[in-house]
Design a protein around this ligand. Structure first.
Ligand code: BV8
Ligand code: ZN
Length: 244
């Protein structure tokens, strides 16, 4: 079957999207892989080399804020020169064509914004924003890399990356908006995520339960592949432009 079946699935999905009024897309690290951003679990993945699960936690920041800022400073240096890839641009174009469109991302790299997407829900925060641990002030900051212990401009409190760490709650407002978008959508795409991290991982099956057609575009099979209507195995940068 090989390409034939992929071609058929892409055509079926393209057909579904062309008539869709309300589309939701959930993305993960896989959509940024072709831009040069390491994923979490793949070869050379962040969690393999830097055991990010040990560093992306409030405890780690409590114990050794310098080490955690070193990790995020390294990711800033890595990300700063990188650009969106055809997968990001295809989603930005899709948003322009579909009356109601919501992009929910687990990524913190800001590449969807760079590609021109507008209606974005960043479930896990953003690497280019910092938050004061004392007064809570939120500032966009593109310094690369940040000083080892960046301080708040107004209260001198210690700044932290404005990202959601393991064991931390997602922002309720953002999570509510995501579930709201999922409730009304007719089609949902799940792109480039291994379906490991909750609550994002179960959003596709929730959409399906509520009657949406759910399609996955991912390099490898995931625990949810069998639960979706369409599961296309391929690179986001190659598959997504073929849906336009
Ligand atoms: C929460 C920001 C309520 C930081 C991230 C035990 C203790 C404590 C918590 C838990 C626990 N057990 C479960 C939990 C809940 C936990 C969780 O799910 N843990 C997992 C590891 C088991 N979740 C949480 O803690 C969340 N909060 O639940 O709050 C709560 C409160 C207290 C206690 C309990 C619950 C918060 C989760 C947010 C964590 N922050 N990121 C940072 O980035 O540094 S998560 C991190 O993983 C990224 O955001 C990333 O997006 C996300 C998911 O990874 P993926 O995006 O899927 O990336 P991955 O590498 O895994 O997969 C890439 C895929 O792409 C692969 O399938 C590959 O095949 C594919 N691919 C590769 N190339 C391509 C491609 N596809 C297409 N094209 C390509 N070219
Ligand atoms: Zn402050």
């Amino acid at each position: 079957m090989g390409d034939r079946s992929i071609e058929n699935k892409v055509l079926a999905l393209k057909e579904k999207l062309s008539g869709a009024e309300n589309v939701v897309v959930l993305t993960g690290a896989g959509i940024s892989a072709e831009s040069g951003v390491p994923t979490f679990r793949g070869e050379g993945g962040l969690w393999r080399t830097y055991r990010a699960t040990d560093l992306a936690t409030p405890e780690a920041f409590e114990n050794d804020p310098k080490l955690v800022w070193e990790f995020y400073g390294w990711r800033r240096q890595l990300l700063a020169p990188l650009d969106p890839n055809p997968g990001h641009y295809a989603l930005a174009e899709l948003e322009r064509r579909i009356p109601r469109f919501t992009l929910i991302t687990q990524n913190i790299d800001g590449l969807h914004q760079k590609a021109g997407s507008a209606n974005i829900l960043e479930l896990h925060g953003n690497l280019w924003w910092v938050r004061c641990t004392r007064c809570g002030s939120l500032t966009e900051d593109r310094t690369v890399p940040l000083p080892e212990l960046p301080r708040c401009g107004s209260c001198r409190g210690l700044l932290r990356p404005h990202v959601v760490w393991f064991g931390e709650m997602l922002e309720p407002k953002i999570l509510d908006q995501a579930y709201e978008a999922i409730r009304d959508c007719g089609v949902m795409l799940v792109v480039g995520t291994s379906g490991t991290v909750q609550p994002a991982a179960s959003m596709g099956v929730i959409a399906r339960k509520q009657g949406a057609t759910v399609a996955e575009v991912n390099l490898d099979p995931t625990p949810y592949s069998g639960a979706y209507d369409i599961s296309i195995s391929g690179k986001a940068g190659e598959i997504l432009p073929r849906l336009l």
